[in-house]
Every structure is written in structure tokens, then in C-alpha cells.
Write a new protein. Structure first.
Length: 120
């Protein structure tokens, strides 16, 4: 995992790059947040959805809630990017739509859009 510092509109984001899963659960998600804070001096995280465990996207597992609660508790914000067009779960679609209306959790199609959401 590498943290790439991205700055736009005076706001810094940490884009997580690398192969494999960066987020397997709440503790690894917190590790990503702390690494970004240390390496890029930000709590704005940009992640490819392929870097997050599949259970995150199955809302009934509670993994998304646990991870996102940690981020909010520690002042983190996160934007996840990737192709969500294949999502068939109504609860997940609703969750994505509602998250994008907020200020701390976003879902986008591309990395650039994810950065835009965190830096607007």
C-alpha cells in the first residue's frame, strides 16, 4: 500500500494505491486512516472499491457501518471509487445515494470524481 498525496482547492487527500486489499475490516481501515494522517497529513481518504473487502458492500454484515463509524469517530472522510453500476442490492444503492448527500462518505465512478467530492 502506498499513500499518494493529492491536493485540490486547498484540501489534501490521500489516495491509497497498491494491489490487494487495503481494508479488510475496521482495524485495517483505521490503519489506512492513520497512515494517511502520518504520511500525507490528512484524514481525507480516496480508495478504489477493489481495495475494500467484499463484506463492506453487503450491508447486512455490518462491516461498512463498523468501518465508517471508526472514520467518523476519528474525524476521517472517505471517498470510494469504482464501478457501482452492477450493484443490484436496493439497500446498497440507497446507502450510496444517501452517503453522497452527506459530508463524510462518498461513492464515485472515478478517482478524480472521488477527489472532487472530498475537496468541494
Amino acid at each position: 500500500m502506498r499513500i499518494i498525496k493529492v491536493e485540490k482547492n486547498g484540501t489534501v487527500c490521500a489516495a491509497v494505491e497498491g494491489d490487494g486489499l487495503a481494508v479488510r475490516g475496521a482495524q485495517s481501515a483505521l490503519d489506512v486512516l492513520m497512515s494517511a494522517n502520518y504520511e500525507a497529513r490528512t484524514k481525507n481518504i480516496v480508495l478504489d472499491k477493489r481495495q475494500i473487502c467484499e463484506d463492506f458492500f453487503v450491508l447486512s454484515t455490518g462491516v461498512a457501518g463498523e468501518i465508517l463509524q471508526k472514520y467518523v469517530n476519528y474525524g476521517g472522510r472517505i471517498a470510494v471509487y469504482g464501478d457501482f453500476s452492477h450493484c443490484t442490492s436496493k439497500p446498497l444503492k440507497d446507502f450510496i445515494r444517501e452517503s453522497n448527500r452527506g459530508r463524510d462518505v462518498f461513492f464515485a465512478a472515478t478517482k478524480d470524481e472521488a477527489v472532487d467530492l472530498l475537496t468541494r
